[in-house]
Design a protein around this ligand. Structure first.
Ligand code: SF4
Length: 289
């Protein structure tokens, strides 16, 4: 490794050590976790720390930060295009059928002017930066191929209640019941920003895809109830009963059809797979009796 490469690896290492020191913090039900692996969530609920730290060279924290930066820039681009984004980062709360409070921060609400496609309606939006794989799976100029996990997140925001001291005038209102003069509620929008050059095909057949893409979808309140119960209530039930859910089927979306079950993507892989004992005594009992 030459000195320039060594210098880069020092920066990555320091950034990574900071991220490891933070870990994923104390467990609390949060909207962005709606598509997390339930087994990992239960481990977290028991207070189990990471067993598999990310490697510095992956730049996991940097990738996360890129997502945040992209979100801010994309919202600015929407506004420059004449699409106001209201209630940015508003705090909202869902209540599960079991009575748990699930906390979320919405990216915002976009009012699309009547002269635009999808116009005359307001939408709960979320901006996502997408790598090559996700972008190519999602991009379609003819149909909405929104990823299930993002649809779940925005659907939860839409069915949540506003609880934000910055917006006292609408406190206690359900998000989808908010009113914007001249606009009807239109559901959810995911705004995808491709982090790399988005392309399709190979060699001479390679074509460039647009740098950003938008998927619209409707909100189904019944689905939201099911997701709340099957995620947060399930995790809490396991914790209260001293049990742990089995490893999901490898075809299940929550483990990305098996891809997620590796130390590259799962921070508690070794505990889950029994390669190391858990730190937490209660979890040890739940796993091994
Ligand atoms: S290894 Fe797979 S099943 Fe186990 S906690 Fe991680 S994501 Fe879940």
């Amino acid at each position: 490794m030459n000195d320039a490469a060594k210098l880069a690896s020092i920066v990555l290492e320091i950034s990574n050590q900071k991220a490891i020191a933070r870990g994923d913090g104390k467990y609390y039900p949060r909207t962005s976790a709606v598509s997390r692996c339930p087994r990992d969530m239960v481990f977290h609920r028991f207070g189990e720390p990471w067993s598999d730290d990310p490697e510095a060279s992956w730049g996991t924290q940097l990738r996360f930060d890129q997502g945040h930066d992209g979100e801010d820039r994309m919202i600015t681009k929407l506004e420059e295009a004449g699409i106001p984004v209201e209630y940015q980062q508003m705090e909202v709360v869902n209540t599960t059928p079991g009575g748990l409070k699930v906390l979320g921060h919405m990216d915002g609400i976009a009012c699309v002017p009547p002269e635009y496609p999808l116009g005359g309606k307001w939408y709960v939006i979320d901006v996502k930066t997408a790598g090559k794989y996700m972008y190519s799976k999602t991009y379609s100029p003819t149909e909405s191929k929104v990823s299930l996990n993002y649809r779940q997140q925005v659907s939860l925001y839409s069915e949540a209640v506003v609880q934000d001291s910055n917006y006292p005038g609408i406190s206690g209102y359900k998000v989808s019941d908010l009113h914007f003069d001249g606009y009807e509620f239109g559901g959810g929008l995911i705004v995808y920003l491709a982090v790399d050059r988005p392309t399709k095909g190979y060699g001479e057949k390679k074509v460039d895809l647009p740098k950003m893409h938008i998927c619209q979808f409707d909100i189904d309140p019944v689905e939201v109830e099911v997701w709340l119960e099957d995620t947060y209530d399930l995790v809490e039930d396991h914790y209260q009963n001293g049990t742990v859910p089995a490893v999901p089927d490898s075809n299940d979306e929550v483990v990305w059809r098996g891809i997620r079950c590796s130390p590259r993507w799962c921070r508690r892989y070794s505990v889950c797979q029994g390669l190391v004992p858990p730190n937490n005594k209660e979890l040890e009992e739940a796993l091994h009796g």
